[in-house]
Design a protein around this ligand. Structure first.
Ligand code: TRP
Length: 72
């Protein structure tokens, strides 16, 4: 399976936001953790290796499903 083409945009609204990639397949585990400081952005894709993305901390997230903010 190739990249799905679905990008998500994550903008950190505080220091130390974590963007965590979880593996695709029968075994769902963390495979990558990226730390963003305030106003840093990450543009990421769902891929052959990544089926889910967990975001910890205050961030604005844009996906094909809309924009959302993880706040309080
Ligand atoms: N090597 C990973 C992959 O191709 C990199 C990656 C893609 C990733 N999307 C991500 C890491 C989202 C964290 C979050 O799947």
């Amino acid at each position: 399976m190739a990249d799905t083409g679905d990008y998500i945009v994550i903008k950190a609204n505080e220091n130390g936001v974590n963007v965590i990639g979880l593996t695709r397949g029968t075994d769902t585990r963390f495979h990558h953790s990226e730390k963003l400081d305030k106003n840093e952005m990450m543009i990421a894709q769902f891929t052959e290796h990544t089926s889910a993305i967990k975001i910890r901390g205050k961030a604005t997230i844009q996906t094909a499903h809309g924009e959302m903010t993880s706040d309080e």
